[in-house]
Write a protein that binds this ligand. Structure first.
Ligand SMILES: CC(C)(COP(=O)(O)OP(=O)(O)OC[C@H]1O[C@@H](n2cnc3c(N)ncnc32)[C@H](O)[C@@H]1OP(=O)(O)O)[C@@H](O)C(=O)NCCC(=O)NCCS
Length: 166
């Protein structure tokens, strides 16, 4: 009986989590589409949805960011995608990935483009930090916990700090 109970609990929890993540993914894409419609009212709506996404799902994907087709966050929590990020098609972003600006204490911080431009078919492992206005090619796999501050060519695997292993 105990086995059945924990199995049901497992299936139920798994289903709930999947549903929440699906909703989060949809909501992020919706906010982005509304923002890029150019209509002032829809842009305001995008910001409201964005604020709700932070509160409800714990992810901060700025609607100003350009997100390609089939974007997927299997676990949306902790994902931060800055406003000038560009992400190509078929990209997957695992939890706690940050596409951030380079806030330098020593150099003048740039205005305008501050975030990465990513190609198609890329995967970003959990806790990866993608810092600054860099270009990441197509078919790139960024390992869990990597810190990337330099451009990445097509078909690469990066782990650690800018450490290219393929
Ligand atoms: C980087 C990654 C793609 C490498 O996968 P792989 O090519 O199959 O490599 P392997 O698993 O065979 O590991 C090769 C070596 O790299 C090490 N390694 C693997 N991932 C690493 C990472 N993210 N950072 C540093 N080293 C890593 C392994 O420990 C292994 O070391 P060893 O040769 O001394 O034993 C993968 O490990 C990874 O980070 N995937 C992302 C997983 C993730 O984010 N999951 C989130 C789920 S919510």
């Amino acid at each position: 009986m105990r086995g059945l109970h924990s199995w049901l609990l497992y299936v139920w929890n798994d289903d709930i989590c999947e549903r929440v993540n699906r909703k989060a993914n949809k909501s992020v894409v919706k906010a982005s589409n509304l923002w890029h419609s150019g209509n002032k009212f829809k842009m305001l709506l995008a910001m409201l949805i964005h604020a709700r996404n932070i509160k409800r799902y714990g992810c901060e994907v700025y609607p100003q960011a350009i997100i390609g087709k089939n974007f997927y966050m299997p676990h949306c929590v902790g994902v931060v995608i800055g406003s000038t990020t560009v992400i190509g098609d078929n990209c997957t972003v695992f939890p706690n990935v940050v596409f951030g600006a380079r806030y330098s204490p020593t150099k003048k911080n740039p205005k305008g483009r501050r975030h990465a431009k990513v190609g198609n078919n890329c995967v970003f492992g959990a806790n990866a930090s993608i810092i600054g206005d860099i270009t990441i090619g197509n078919d790139v796999f960024i390992g869990a916990g990597a810190v990337v501050t330099k451009d990445v060519p097509d078909n690469s695997i990066i782990v650690g700090i800018n450490n290219k292993v393929r």
